[in-house]
Design a protein around this ligand. Sequence first.
Ligand SMILES: [Fe+2]
Length: 435
Amino acid sequence: MTCSHLYALEAGLEAAFTVDASRVTFGRGALAEVGDRVRALGARRVALITDRRLRALPWFAEVDAALRAAGVDVAVFDDVAIEPTDASLERAVRFARDARPDGYVSLGGGSVIDTAKIANLLASHPAPLLDYVNAPIGGGRAVPGPLAPHVACPTTSGTGSEVTGIAIFDLLAMHAKTGVASPRLRPHEAVVDPRVTATLPAGVVAASGLDVLCHALESYTARPFTRRPPPVAPTARPMSQGANPWSDLGCREALRLLGAYLVRAVRDAADDEAREQVMWAATLAGIAFGNAGVHAPHAMAYAVAGRVRDYRAAGYPDDAPLVPHGFAVAVNAPAVFGRFASTSPGRHLEAAALLGADIAGAGPDDAGPRVAAAVADLMAAVAAPNGLGGVGYGTADIPALVAGAAPQRRLLDNAPVEVTAPILDALFHAALTCW
Ligand SMILES: [Fe+2]
């Protein structure tokens, strides 16, 4: 199956896709540009959102100094929870309403950037958080207008949150991850300085790198944009518009870079080249999935992370059980790609090759096993948990995991096949071990 067949037009279905991206500044030393960039966006008093670990690192002092040197007032909020909850977001929203900033700078991983997005949203357009959360879990209310300028500075090579309009959090009452998605949530600028990855523990590089892998591979294999109904209005075309020729570019290059550099980046913090290339892969995959959307592995991950019992990962705070997002996604990945490969065998085989697998002589029927093995091999090489069993789940947990994943329609509807509860059940069973 070739790409041109994948995007063959059908009467009555979508015939166009929209490319949307933040301005991105990428390079060593880029953090020094934050002050000038914030000022150029018109902000004079910013909320600088970060977490306590980062506040003690030199990157925070650099950004703070750059802002002050540009004549920008700074109010610091460092109480971001890793894997934010509706309760932790409320603290940031209260801070933003009291501090009354006219701009936001986030310095951190996805949790920090997502927290800044929600604080900006609810300070700019006050309403209960659940009103804006994706239906059917929340009210699915559209964001009514622009948000204050937001410059996002990622410090992990993973989430891509700096270039997407998505904010994810844990809804405590439901034990499930959910989120808000709107192009208006997309940060105005991303400042990506690969120097920050030098201070990341190996476990964080592994988990966030596998998140990048899944962003790229899910976007690459998502339901093609040409198989969606047209939007009710051109401007209502969803960000999760499905695989398209633009997102394909970033996906392919991100997969190639991960195949070449992820293991090196995890094993050696001093390997600047590898860590920088993985950071670039994260940026590319973030732009791609912000324009295509991820699918089943991420939908399943929200249940995997939300129902954690006692799993703890090296390199992450150990004060509470936590399945890092990248691991929560990756444990589902071999099962999903292995079973969905028949929808576009050529793409799945190509992905396996980009990740470094030898696909000589492989035919369409080999696509599932080959791509599943390519992902699982990389997971094992970076010491990721071996499937759901590796993060503490067994067969008895599967009904609850299905119940947590089934409402994630925004993601499941972006899969290349219809994903029903029985299919989720089969996928979770297949995901109990990855190798
Ligand atoms: Fe992700």
